[in-house]
Design a binder for this molecule. Structure first.
Ligand SMILES: CC(C)(COP(=O)(O)OP(=O)(O)OC[C@H]1O[C@@H](n2cnc3c(N)ncnc32)[C@H](O)[C@@H]1OP(=O)(O)O)[C@@H](O)C(=O)NCCC(=O)NCCS
Length: 154
């Protein structure tokens, strides 16, 4: 088994798109409606990623591959919040469920953020991710938001 962590290139949209959708389905099965999740398509996710990765203004994305298959990815960007809790935001960190507990999630976080301060949003019900973030020094600051399920959900 060969595990690789590297910066994403435009050619990675075809790998990240289906991985992103699979992670959504694994992570949000109890949170988003089955109809909403079933209606999402890997092609649409891939097209969104193709657009993002082709844009030179897109902040760097790190991908994790196992034997050539994308199994996770992470991205930071300038905070989208006003006012920002931190200048930088961890906007996505996704790892396929089959790889949870392998250390790859930690590797992705370390690769994309190192020890810089950052903010992030996490679903209240996402106990595993919250525990992982707490272990990495993040703490809930009490901010809460209700999101409509949409393509824009990171
Ligand atoms: C977030 C993520 C990258 C973390 O990677 P991981 O490999 O699962 O993390 P680890 O196994 O190193 O750590 C998970 C922690 O949660 C604990 N845990 C596992 N299942 C849990 C559960 N159901 N409830 C609470 N804690 C749980 C583990 O014991 C571990 O804590 P510990 O370090 O105190 O032992 C990964 O779970 C993931 O990609 N999840 C799906 C996508 C996601 O939720 N992304 C975050 C969106 S904001």
């Amino acid at each position: 088994m060969v595990t690789t962590l590297r910066p994403a290139t435009a050619a990675d949209a075809a790998g990240i798109g289906p991985c992103h959708l699979a992670c959504w389905r694994e992570t949000y099965a109890g949170l988003l409606s089955p109809e909403f999740l079933a209606a999402r398509s890997a092609e649409r996710f891939t097209a969104n990623w193709a657009q993002l990765l082709a844009d030179p203004a897109t902040p760097p994305v790190v991908v994790a591959e196992v034997d050539g298959e994308v199994v996770g990815f992470a991205q930071t960007a300038p905070s989208r919040d006003t006012p920002p809790a931190r200048d930088e935001e961890l906007v996505s960190l996704y790892l396929r469920a089959a790889r949870h507990g392998s250390g790859l999630g930690q590797d992705l976080l370390d690769a994309v953020l190192a020890d810089r301060p950052a903010s992030l949003w996490v679903a209240e019900e996402n106990s595993r991710a919250r525990r992982f973030y707490e272990r990495n020094g993040f703490a809930a600051d009490g901010e809460r938001a209700v999101l409509e399920a949409s393509e824009g959900l990171a």
